[in-house]
Design a protein around this ligand. Structure first.
Ligand SMILES: NC(=O)c1ccc[n+]([C@@H]2O[C@H](COP(=O)([O-])OP(=O)(O)OC[C@H]3O[C@@H](n4cnc5c(N)ncnc54)[C@H](OP(=O)(O)O)[C@@H]3O)[C@@H](O)[C@H]2O)c1
Length: 249
């Protein structure tokens, strides 16, 4: 079956698309009509499952092993997508890691890894994508509700890393606006994924911190990304969008 949507003929790249919010986003963009490439680092089988889901919607899918913490791999990923699909219209910077804990427990190696994936990787993948994006191009980055409100201890490194993406997003919007390319950032609240399971030990206080009193589903983030990636959002750029159940309210 071939889906008909607002993104027919477009090509999207979703980093960290093998699981969680990235997988839901990849499938949602395919449902809107896009061909979608996903990256992963260790989840090859999961990424290939997502590709099969994309293909079941009548679109082309591609699973690429590309470690965002490796500068060479992050810097080459968009070229690999264009080599396969011939163009690139949408980048979703989703790949991310969360290392939480008291300040004194976080080692220099932890700092390097989190910044390499969550910040340098996003910068380098974006830099690899920008030359390929044309008028109507879209960059959507996944931030975090922890950039708006840190609800308790243990979030120094993660909140610091995700906060850098707000500055990147605003600067990209200014740099790319005259080419018709938008850049926006989405801040999920607690969302039920492997990273943050809704039945995990830290789930109850997170649910309690939201206005709606529950975890979100990955699809609820994906729908916001799909709007920002779509043709109707051309006048939306440099902006932050909370999909957090009222976590920041
Ligand atoms: N879940 C939440 O409550 C929540 C809240 C706010 C923000 N976020 C953000 O949302 C994004 C997605 O989170 P999630 O909850 O869906 O996480 P997840 O279930 O842990 O999935 C993480 C994804 O990122 C990929 N990834 C991890 N390290 C990578 C690397 N070095 N290079 C390339 N890909 C890498 C993983 O690939 P593999 O399968 O190969 O490991 C996987 O596809 C992250 O940026 C996260 O910080 C999540």
């Amino acid at each position: 079956m071939t889906s008909q949507g607002t993104m027919n003929g477009k090509v999207a790249l979703v980093t960290g698309g093998s699981r969680g919010i990235g997988a839901a986003t990849a499938l949602r963009l395919a449902r809107e009509g896009a061909d979608v490439a996903v990256t992963y680092v260790s989840g090859k089988e999961a990424a290939e499952d997502v590709v099969r889901g994309i293909e079941a919607l009548g679109r082309r899918g591609l699973a690429l092993r590309a470690d965002s913490s490796d500068a060479a791999e992050a810097g080459a990923v968009a070229d690999r997508v264009v080599a396969e699909f011939g163009r690139l219209d949408v980048l979703v910077n989703n790949a991310g890691v969360g290392v939480l804990g008291p300040l004194e427990s976080l080692s220099p190696a932890d700092v390097d890894h989190v910044l390499d994936v969550n910040v340098r990787g996003v910068f380098l993948v974006s830099r690899s994508a920008v030359p390929h994006l044309g008028d109507g191009g879209r960059i959507v980055t996944i931030g975090s509700c922890m950039t708006q409100r840190v609800p308790g201890p243990g979030g120094t490194l993660y909140a610091m890393s995700k906060s850098a993406l707000i500055g990147l997003t605003r600067a990209l919007a200014r740099e790319l606006g005259d080419r018709g390319i938008t850049a926006n950032i989405v801040h999920p609240g607690p969302v039920d994924t492997d990273m943050n399971p809704a039945d995990g030990p830290y789930a109850p206080p997170q649910s309690a911190m939201t206005a709606v009193g529950r975890f979100g589903a990955a699809d609820e983030v994906a729908s916001m990304v799909a709007y920002l990636a779509g043709s109707e959002a051309g006048y939306v750029t440099g902006a932050e969008f909370a999909v957090d159940g009222g976590h920041a309210a």
